[in-house]
Design a protein around this ligand. Structure first.
Ligand code: SF4
Ligand code: SF4
Length: 442
């Protein structure tokens, strides 16, 4: 019997207790300091567990027969591949890279805006490609930019056409927008099957307006808030995203209060997410204002301790901790966290095809075209498709692989020069926070 390669074992943040979890067998436990000492011993090859405790550890797969574990891993991997083949595909469509905002941190500010413009013909070619290439697969469209919801007659007609064509193809549509003209678009949107509209608010009025302003400098907060209210009234789901860094994170408690007082958090159509502002595409002018992955969540952990009502607005996942506390069980093992070219694709109005939102618009990363002619670089697509923890050398021996999934292929490529390389997630550290926040007190 051996100590399982897939055990994740550490001390719970601000506690004397420890946790152990194993995503391969689906078990998680809190350990007293004495039990933790025994587990530590087993990990280091010095057995010392009393028979009863040893039986429990073995029943739960924390200590295991090596050959049986290899077999279980293989079977669960095959289940994962089968289930991913049935998963819904998210298809991004960029209508334009231009934008009416000049956000202080925008990564698209260095993109060229080719003279080409979106036309009916390009929209038709997009739907024709999608309906052929992904025939028989569950899928939905996410319209993305630049800013797709610009307030001019031509853009409104184009967006209406996308919504109409999606309805004819039986597809739901989501939008990612800065929200400035959301109110003006509510009627157009409700003509189709809208899954959700993602809108970004980076804080309360002053903070938001200092980061997300119009070209020309005017604030955008009030108008976005009106757009959110109007959308919720019309029955449109809103996914509010806060892009966080060291300059705005301390406004999270006030933004949460604002949303609570508006009645948004009590509305079932309303949900939120926090996105970390990071250097995906090019170096930012002030990289020291950025959080790394764990420090953002450590900061949020502290904020929530002081202002518990934040969780009415936003509940961090802390890796699999939130899932475990809400469902009473662990999620399935995550052999791959990067959906690019598997359950995510991106297309843009220039006729190019990309792996996902991280690469869309970077013409050197184009995987082919759907307009004016159809082509696909199958060799690079295969590289994306094959990326998972069984293919990435470092991940194969990593104990947190089934919670991490190998991270983001685009970030990995930017840092290591290869898609099939790791983008490590601080899984253990996140679980230390998550067990403290959600599990230990249960
Ligand atoms: S490359 Fe990164 S951004 Fe793109 S699908 Fe994979 S994880 Fe997501
Ligand atoms: S990306 Fe890093 S942390 Fe994630 S599974 Fe691979 S080696 Fe482990």
């Amino acid at each position: 019997m051996i100590y399982s390669r897939y055990n994740i074992f550490s001390r719970i943040k601000d506690s004397e207790n420890y946790f152990i979890l194993n995503l391969l067998t689906g078990n998680a436990d809190i350990l007293s300091p004495d039990e933790a000492r025994i587990v530590e011993g087993l990990r280091n090859g010095t057995p010392g567990a009393a028979a009863e405790f040893a039986d429990e550890l073995s029943e739960k797969g924390y200590i295991t027969d090596e050959a049986a574990e290899v077999l279980l891993y293989r079977n669960r991997y095959l289940d994962f591949i089968d289930s991913r083949d049935q998963d819904e595909i998210q298809i991004f469509f960029v209508t334009n890279y231009s934008c009416n905002f000049a956000c202080s941190y925008c990564y698209q500010d260095q993109y060229n805006n080719p003279k080409l413009e979106l036309s009916d013909e390009i929209i038709d070619a997009f739907f024709s490609y999608v309906n052929t290439k992904f025939a028989g697969r569950k899928k939905y469209i996410t319209v993305f930019g630049g800013e797709p919801l610009l307030n001019n007659a031509k853009q409104k007609e184009l967006i209406s056409r996308i919504i109409r064509q999606a309805s004819e193809s039986g597809l739901e549509v989501s939008f990612v927008t800065n929200g400035y003209y959301l109110e003006e678009y509510c009627e157009i949107l409700t003509a189709g099957k809208i899954r959700e509209v993602q809108v970004t608010l980076d804080g309360t009025e002053l903070v938001h307006n200092s980061r997300r302003f119009l070209k020309g400098g005017n604030g955008t907060f009030d108008k976005i808030v009106k757009g959110i209210d109007a959308s919720l009234r019309k029955g449109i789901d809103i996914n509010l995203r806060m892009v966080a860094d060291k300059e705005n994170i301390n406004d999270l408690p006030d933004l949460a209060l604002f949303a609570i007082e508006k009645g948004w958090t009590g509305n079932p159509l309303f949900k939120t997410q926090i996105g970390r502002n990071y250097e995906l595409h090019h170096c930012q002018s002030a990289p020291d204002k950025l959080f790394d992955r764990i420090s953002l969540y450590e900061h949020i952990f502290k904020l929530v301790k002081d202002h518990p009502y934040i969780t009415e607005f936003y509940k961090p996942a802390y890796s699999v901790s939130k899932f475990l506390s809400e469902n009473g069980e662990l999620p399935d093992p995550l052999f791959d966290s990067c959906p690019a070219c598997k359950t995510e694709w991106a297309f843009d109005y220039t006729g190019n095809i990309y792996s996902c939102t991280a690469t869309v618009g970077k013409t050197e990363e184009s995987l082919g075209t759907f307009y004016p002619s159809v082509s696909l670089k199958e060799d690079i697509v295969q590289e994306w498709e094959g990326r998972d923890v069984t293919a990435i050398k470092d991940c194969k021996t990593c104990s947190v692989q089934l919670a991490c999934g190998g991270g983001c292929g685009s970030v990995a490529k930017n840092s290591n020069g290869s898609i099939c390389s790791p983008d490590c997630r601080p899984v253990k550290e996140l679980l230390e926070l998550g067990f403290a926040a959600y599990i230990e007190k249960q």
